[in-house]
Design a protein around this ligand. Structure first.
Ligand code: F3S
Length: 398
């Protein structure tokens, strides 16, 4: 792997131990995956933020690092709403550790706006062909597929290393040849709204980590594509997908239709809604409803606020989004919270320990459906936003 003189000096430790460690990680990955060089990246998004997932070992590793990042870098969701953690029932000991993790990242110059949808935020927007080092799987999928930017599915340490060096190793989805579809997915039914999360949940299991191209009648919105990609990345390990005639590379390129074809039929989508295999002990009655996986866009907050306006709900309900979007959509947040639902920022139903105490969760996300049972030990059921609001027991005020 070719290194510039400057990179060689960094690797030799001339600029300190933090940069030496960081470039060592990038070079090691580059050598494993056959990269020819390091390439500059526009931004980094760093997973490994919740104390629930990284624990004391992760905190210690981050705290040992010194210096500042060279490019805009932002964090993935933490284990709690950094301002309203008490309302979530988070223990003070957990909150203290979580704050220490955030402080350690902040001292490296990293934005502590914790979100899996950095592409909505100023300074983290990406364009077609931009090289990035992002790590949260739905953000990676959105960047590659919906924006047409280029990122591998980085681990937390490699994204942090890329932020410190300002570069990543040139392999995988940074290269044209790795971005071509190798499997076709033909959708044989009409889809709308949450059907895209269900499609991703079903198709991801068959696709695995390959690059698919979908053929379907509809032209999904960016929010529907976001839901599709998040689910594909969770039930499978898809980091890039194309939709014929919709996503930017499929529109600009003349991809050959792959020989292998996976058919998705209406019944398979319907089964996701009827899904019950994850319910513990035959549990069917949910005690929490969560929306916003990935974190809500302004349009999604609007849709939820429209359904909850003038209503009161009977069950615990979380609507997850980034703090910046919540602040920009303060009126919508007020309508949602007036119903009794909480708009939860900086965190989510999967990475926060606050959901572990519930028995059964209803979600409108194929990613949450795939992860909640295993990571939270909570049964999960799937529904549209409308079904989730109904499940929360929304009734008209007065
Ligand atoms: Fe984001 Fe958490 Fe879902 S990180 S994609 S809301 S599991």
């Amino acid at each position: 792997m070719y290194l510039t003189k400057e990179e060689e000096r960094t690797l030799a430790g001339e600029y300190g131990e933090t940069l030496r460690k960081a470039i060592e990680i990038l070079v090691a990955l580059g050598e494993i995956y056959g990269a020819d060089s390091l390439i500059p990246v526009k931004s980094a998004q760093i997973a490994g933020v919740s104390y629930k997932t990284i624990g004391d070992a992760g905190l210690e590793w981050i705290s040992d690092l010194k210096g500042k990042v060279k490019i805009p870098a932002i964090l993935n969701p933490a284990g709690m709403d950094m301002l309203r953690w008490k309302e979530m029932g988070i223990e003070p000991a957990f909150a203290k550790k979580q704050q220490e993790i955030i402080d350690a990242y902040e001292s490296l110059g990293i934005s502590t706006k914790c979100t899996c949808t950095p592409y909505y935020l100023e300074g983290f927007d990406a364009g077609f062909g931009d090289h990035l080092a992002w790590s949260e799987s739905s953000a990676v999928s959105y960047a590659n597929s919906v924006i047409g930017a280029r990122t591998n599915r980085e681990g937390g340490p490699s994204a942090l290393s890329a932020a410190l060096i300002g570069k990543t190793a040139n392999y995988g989805y940074h290269l044209d040849e790795k971005r071509e579809p190798v499997v076709a997915v033909t959708v044989e039914c009409e889809l709308s709204g949450s059907d895209y999360g269900a499609l991703g949940y079903v198709a991801g299991k068959e696709i695995g980590s390959r690059v698919p191209i979908f053929f379907m009648e509809e032209k999904p919105s960016n929010d529907e594509l976001k839901a599709l990609g998040a689910a594909l990345a969770a039930s499978g390990a898809v980091a890039l997908y194309h939709v014929d005639g919709v996503t930017p590379e499929a529109v600009r390129s003349d991809f050959e239709r792959p020989d292998e074809n996976i058919m998705i039929e209406e019944q398979q989508i319907a089964e996701v809604y009827e899904h019950s295999e994850n319910l513990k002990g035959g549990e069917t009655d949910t005690d929490i409803i969560t929306l916003g996986c990935p974190h809500c866009s302004p349009e999604e907050l609007k849709a939820i606020a429209t359904l909850l306006e003038g209503k009161s709900i009977q069950k615990e309900m979380w609507v997850c989004t980034s703090r910046e979007i919540a602040q920009k959509c303060a009126e919508l947040v007020k309508i949602i919270e007036n119903s009794g639902a909480r708009v939860v920022c900086d965190t989510c139903m999967v990475v926060s320990p606050a959901t572990n105490n519930y028995k059964a969760m209803m979600v409108n996300s194929g990613k949450a459906l795939a992860y909640v049972p295993g990571m939270c030990g909570v049964a999960a059921r799937y529904g549209s936003i409308e079904q989730c609001v109904k499940e929360a027991g929304a009734t008209d005020d007065n």
